[in-house]
Design a binder for this molecule. Structure first.
Ligand code: PMP
Length: 415
């Protein structure tokens, strides 16, 4: 048995694939090969069933306490919050705030932290950030006269640590907001080290975990970050739900971003006071079924065992790396030492969107374009890339199908 095959044995992929009904779909007459997991991952039956059961038997609004269904809904909703707390190893459920996704989580923290920033302050992000971790900071910075400053990346797609030190030494930086994992490059950033450096200079630290949670279980206490954001739909859960983890002492002191029902303690026309954590940051009726679905997704993924998943995923990346040389003119963008199974690439003479369209005709789904990371595209001098992003349910055979199709496309255009 080859090393790769042995690594894949750590996980019973055939069995796991049966948990994801959509993977049996046919696309353009071909069995679906879904390699766009970085954009959104598919949902196991456990998630579909949990949401179905919630709607059939428990749905009502939460925290109203008026009747039995309301109590059931509240128990399911708060139970899911406890699942997330354990997943993140947060100290308390007061630190787990439901949002619609990573984007809303970062907007919440940017706006609330923004109230503590002054003109001339710097917010450090990195060149590899998703727009979701750039634009909210720019909007806040513009209002207060602060500045968003990018940490450069190296050609391999790693953070330029000496440059970060220089930026920290200026004494103007007040916030460090970086991705745990890059959605374009797959780079795993050294978050612990980054947070330690930033904290030694008194910065607030915000980690965008959107692309990390499908591959790793973050431990917010070990990372020691102030904030950590992620989306349910990339973690095999539903859309419309995400999480903002925040350190309790900071959240206590921060003003809420959105106002409305649920987030208040008492409202009068003279003065309104805020609800306790975490509800202070959860205005309006929350996405209840989606929270339940996310809880089920976490239970499912953690039940498979992260070590087995990581071994299986790394085998996919290794096979993909081995096959790059079989496609003439193919270059991988993002060659960091520590990577999740994400491969951005270009092929000489081919536009990324043509690669995407031709692969789709073969039933192979990848993502093409700027991946909501235009500054990173500018750094690499490309309008966009093609990106294959793998999940644990992908097979070595699917990796090989991707490369066989790329070889075919390349030959077609080379003629
Ligand atoms: N950050 C990163 C690194 C991402 O990959 C994404 C989604 N592509 C986001 C933030 C935004 O996530 P969402 O659209 O779910 O809010």
């Amino acid at each position: 048995m080859t090393d790769l095959a042995a690594a894949r044995k750590a996980l019973d992929v055939d069995r796991v694939r049966r948990d994801f009904p959509i993977l049996s779909e046919t696309v353009n007459g071909k069995p679906l090969v879904y390699l766009d997991n970085g954009a959104s991952a598919h949902k196991p039956v456990a998630v579909l069933d949990a949401m179905d059961a919630y709607f059939r038997h428990s749905h009502s609004n939460v925290h109203r306490g008026a009747h039995t269904l309301g109590d059931r809904a509240t128990a399911a909703f708060e139970g899911a919050r406890e699942t997330v707390r354990q997943f993140l190893n947060a100290a308390s459920t007061k630190e787990v705030i439901w949002t619609r996704g990573t984007t809303e989580a970062i907007n919440t923290v940017a706006n609330s932290l923004g109230q503590r920033l002054r003109a001339g302050d710097e917010i450090l992000v990195s060149t590899m950030e998703h727009h979701a971790n750039i634009v909210p900071w720019q909007m806040v910075a513009q209002r207060i006269g602060a500045k968003v400053v990018p940490i450069p990346v190296t050609p391999a797609g790693e953070l330029d640590m000496p440059e970060l030190d220089t930026l920290l030494d200026s004494g103007r930086a007040r916030v460090l907001a970086v991705a745990h994992v890059s959605n374009v490059l797959g780079t795993v950033n050294p978050v612990r080290e980054l947070v330690a450096k930033a904290k030694s200079k008194g910065l607030y630290t915000v980690i965008d975990g959107a692309q990390a949670v499908p591959h790793y279980r973050p431990d917010v206490q070990a990372l020691d970050c102030d904030f950590y954001a992620f989306s349910g739909h990339k973690l095999f859960g539903p859309t419309g739900i995400g999480v903002l983890y925040g350190r309790e002492a900071l959240l206590q002191d921060m003003e809420p971003f959105m106002g409305g029902g649920e987030m208040i303690e008492r409202v009068t026309f003279e003065k309104t006071t805020w609800n306790v954590l975490p509800y202070k940051f959860e205005a309006g009726t929350p996405p209840i079924a989606e929270a339940v679905g996310l809880g089920a997704a976490i239970d499912y993924v953690e039940g498979l065992g992260r070590n087995a998943l990581e071994t299986a995923e790394q085998a996919l990346l290794q096979r993909a790396n081995e096959l790059v040389e079989t496609v003439p003119g193919m270059t991988v963008i993002g060659t960091a030492t520590d990577k999740v199974p994400v491969m951005s690439f270009k092929i000489d003479g081919l536009h990324p969107s043509d690669i995407g369209t031709l692969l789709d005709q073969q039933g192979i789904a990848i993502r093409t374009g700027h991946h909501c990371a235009m500054p990173l595209m500018a750094y690499y001098g490309v309008p966009g890339t093609a990106r294959a992003s793998f999940a644990f349910y992908n097979t070595l055979d699917e990796v090989e199908q991707l490369f066989a199709a790329l070889q075919k496309i390349q030959r077609l255009f080379a003629e």
